[in-house]
Write a protein that binds this ligand. Structure first.
Ligand code: SF4
Length: 422
């Protein structure tokens, strides 16, 4: 029996929700009484660098797959209904939703059908139809298929704003264990190629704006956390390398939660969402706070402290650097104070031009005093109480509620979007 378009869309939107390499908040708001609905059609939200929230149609082209990754609901050995959309149907749906103002763009992922090249060609065809025939200028995020021909990778970047290929597992060994049809090289090679093409494209476009843009929103990837035994140190170090060597815009972390049974998978991972949250915080410190992976994690501390955010954990291991006098510290030094974020550090620098700051001024500048008070002085005054000793401070900081940090929701530079101060 052939399912109609909306039924297939529902299945393919549901299948795409496990891919977090496009930020997604999902939505369950239905249209029971009123105009418009974001339910059941795979609409997710993501934030741009200028703070705009954009909605994307987030779908798989097909949930059929010739690969058999242990952690994936769409793997070939799973007995589930398989459906697909043609490139024309994808273009038609995207334009239809766009015209009705439901979405501003498309995130298109897929299972692998027949071969990597064949699948990649279909994805490209959908994007090309949207751009050329439908004259669609909205945001397109295309998945790259591991092992696809470099020419196809290049074409994908010419139609898409962002491309991504999921690294999935942190080591070759883990990939071989849980995703035996994929190889590390088949994933990393296109990443390297995209990184090189973006660099060349930037230089060419400086010389001539007529040169077509290649993946202007860069590339991202996803790592599954907790399906295999790697430490946070291995994961954060890998992310650092991806940012530094391949200029990735984002590494997304997806806590492994068993949705399929497989003897190769852990039955019950430990606190997966909390671990994911701490990894995002550490990632934030790498990208915006000037931390190096080896400062946050080392042989003695291979995993992030689940009870404290990574910056506070680092500060407690380096009490010799604290308390910091807020009126004298440089910007980089301010960023390392728990409770002081990018924006509050900038505000402190600015406010200091008007005169010396007191402890009471810090809260109005956005500093989270529940944490910062133990690590700063202002005009020589220390606002923490009790002995300045690691275990004592740890107990107090664990009692202080840790404000949540908005996670992984940006397409580009999100400095203006930090809603919690690390
Ligand atoms: S390649 Fe692996 S992760 Fe991707 S859809 Fe197929 S089975 Fe799932």
């Amino acid at each position: 029996m052939t399912l109609d378009l909306m039924d297939r869309l529902k299945i393919l939107a549901d299948g795409a929700k496990y891919d977090v390499s496009c930020s997604s908040s999902g939505s369950s708001r239905s249209n029971s009484n009123g105009v418009g609905s974001a339910a059941s059609s795979g609409i997710c939200h993501t934030w741009t660098s200028d703070g705009r929230c954009v909605s994307l149609l987030k779908i798989l082209m097909t949930n059929a797959c010739v690969y058999d990754c242990a952690y994936c609901v769409n793997r070939r050995s799973n007995d589930i209904p398989r459906v697909a959309l043609t490139p024309d149907e994808i273009a038609e749906l995207t334009i239809g939703f766009y015209r009705r103002n439901y979405i501003e763009g498309l995130f298109l992922s897929t299972g692998v059908v027949r071969s990597a090249d064949y699948t990649m060609e279909l994805l490209i065809q959908a994007a090309r139809t949207l751009r050329q025939q439908c004259r669609f200028n909205g945001y397109i995020h295309l998945k790259l298929v591991p092992g696809a021909d470099p020419l196809l990778v290049q074409q994908a970047g010419l139609w898409a704003d962002r491309v991504s290929i999921n690294l999935e597992l942190p080591t070759r060994e883990s990939l071989a264990l849980l995703a035996p049809d994929k190889t590390r090289d088949a994933v990393v090679k296109p990443m390297r190629q995209v990184s090189g093409l973006i660099t060349v494209n930037r230089a060419e476009r400086k010389a001539s704006r007529k040169v077509p843009r290649f993946a202007p929103a860069g590339q991202s990837t996803q790592l599954i956390v907790g399906a295999t035994g790697e430490s946070d140190r291995q994961i954060v170090t890998l992310s650092e390398q991806l940012y530094q060597r391949l200029d990735l815009k984002r590494v997304y972390y997806s806590a492994f939660i068993p949705i399929v049974t497989d003897s190769r998978l852990p039955a019950r991972p430990v606190a997966p969402l909390k671990r994911e949250h701490r990894l995002y915080q550490a990632d934030w410190l790498l990208r915006y706070y000037g931390f190096a992976a080896h400062e946050l994690l080392d042989e003695v501390h291979p995993n992030l402290d689940q009870d404290l955010d990574p910056k506070t954990g680092w500060a407690l291991r380096h009490l010799e650097l604290f308390p910091v006098e807020i009126n004298r510290a440089g910007y980089e030094e301010l960023l390392r104070i728990p409770g002081v974020g990018v924006r509050s550090a900038q505000r402190i620098i600015q406010a200091r031009r008007q005169g010396h700051l007191g402890i009471d001024d810090l809260k109005t500048l956005g500093v989270v005093m529940k944490r910062a008070r133990y690590f700063v002085t202002a005009r020589g005054r220390y606002a923490g109480e009790g002995p300045f000793e690691s275990n004592m401070l740890r107990r107090k900081l664990m009692d202080a509620p840790q404000r949540p940090v908005q996670l992984s929701l940006t397409l580009e530079q999100p400095a203006g979007l930090i809603t919690g101060e690390l």
